[in-house]
Design a protein around this ligand. Structure first.
Ligand code: SF4
Length: 154
């Protein structure tokens, strides 16, 4: 069972009501058992919603309460992101997922880089909150940008 960011498969769960449909990821998973999740919707945030970024660190720091997730209107949505990540973890444990493919640069789903909290489009190294909680429990997390590597292991 493979966990996937729902927006990569075309679900309109992105902050602006759109999606991040990725044809190659969709094609790769055609014959696989997948569970599609949106951690931010699972964290009780609405779609569309105000975009948010991690301020003061990355997803690991958020879990350690050393960084926050703040939306573009200055509201602290850290608890929503932590709740969403924990609900994803529950699903992963229930379904027995051992691999995840999540959307790069999202404050929830980023696997190698995220935005730096300034809402200026500036990226920094780091993981999203859901990626952090999954990696802590030993789940291997890839992004759509690892498509060539994924084609060799799926
Ligand atoms: S939280 Fe993840 S699944 Fe949901 S829209 Fe953002 S990148 Fe996609």
């Amino acid at each position: 069972m493979i966990l996937v960011s729902a927006c990569l498969l075309g679900d309109n769960c992105k902050y602006n009501g759109g999606n991040n449909y990725h044809q190659e990821i969709f094609d790769l998973l055609q014959e696989e058992e997948v569970v599609a999740v949106c951690p931010e919707e699972l964290g009780d945030l609405l779609t569309p919603r105000i975009p948010a970024e991690i301020v003061g660190g990355d997803g690991t720091d958020v879990l350690n309460r050393q960084a926050k997730v703040i939306n573009q209107e200055g509201e602290d949505v850290t608890s929503n992101f932590i709740i969403g990540a924990n609900r994803v973890l529950t699903i992963v444990n229930q379904k027995g997922c051992q691999l995840a493919i999540l959307k790069e640069r999202s404050p929830s789903c980023g696997t190698k880089s995220i935005y730096d909290g300034t809402f200026s489009g500036t990226k920094q190294q780091g993981v999203g909150v859901t990626t952090a909680i999954l990696e802590e429990t030993g789940i291997k997390v890839y992004s759509e940008e690892d498509i060539n590597q994924l084609k060799t292991i799926i």
